[in-house]
Design a protein around this ligand. Sequence first.
Ligand code: GAL
Length: 343
Amino acid sequence: MRKRRFLRFTKTGVVLTLCAALLLSGCAGKPVAEEKKSVRIGVSLYRGDDTFINNIRGELEERAKAYEQKSGIKVMLDIQDAKGSQNTQNNQVERFISLGCDVLCINPVDRMDASVMIDRAMTAGVPVVFFNRQPVEEDMNRWDQLYYVGVDAKESAVLQGNIVVSQYREDPASIDFNGDGKVSYVLLEGESSHQDSLIRTEWSIQTLKDGGVPIEKITGGIANWERSQASALMEQWLETYPGEIEPVVSNNDDMALGAIDALERAGGQRINLIGIDATTPGQEAVQAGKMLGTVSSDKGRYAQAILDLSAAKALNQPIQTDIPLENGKYYWSAQEIVKKVKQ
Ligand code: GAL
């Protein structure tokens, strides 16, 4: 009797020990989740030939290398160019998911049409960090694993406007060339569907007004962020309004550079140009005195935020506290004015 009880007791002990071992090893025979040694990030760019986006891409690649060295975790960045096609981008998202990407970084082609990509990501349980082209709020609110990294468009515009305001206050004649008491400007605008174009246009002009610059609009046009389109527009305007254009207010640097191309073709007339982005060629133009100024969105921090958010999501770690997120999902990169460094 005692022997049987002893046997029963030992059997129970063995079963309990086995259960405990199973529990410790992650239950039901599953091994404990090993620490990840690598993360796979699928990145889709709306257009790989966009200068600003290219600058961000370069920063992202550098930051990924630095992260690898610091953490010992391999970062596999699969960067694809959607070449302006939402359909191509949807297919890229599909492929990233089938390749087992841990997280997606998407610069949407059509920011109003992010729902298909969100659907796919949600079904597969893959978090998404959108950047630069902000999906509509309704889409962003569909899942708590959607993030956005970008710059505040109003802030960019106010900084841009202030470049002209301070120059005008310092030396009105350097802006109002013909001294007629009016600052006659032309406006180069980005894509009409882009959140940055409308807000930048509104607030850069409002800032000029608020700053007491007596502005008068000659004309404006949409050049879709592109240097060549802006160059063609500026060429027409120089012919139609000879000697009248004072500042050129541009929604980004590339279009300002296009206007400079047209000015150079027309004989190198001196005009004040103001951009936004502080791209590499934009900064060079400012330092060469070809542009009055531009606005820099700290591209290093911008790319770092994309990377840190992605790595945290891929590794299932909490998001670092030095990435402040508005409403738990929006990261706004800091900006500052860039002017020619006085020698
Ligand atoms: C803007 C930027 C433009 C262009 C655009 C693309 O924020 O200023 O130069 O890159 O994004 O979405």
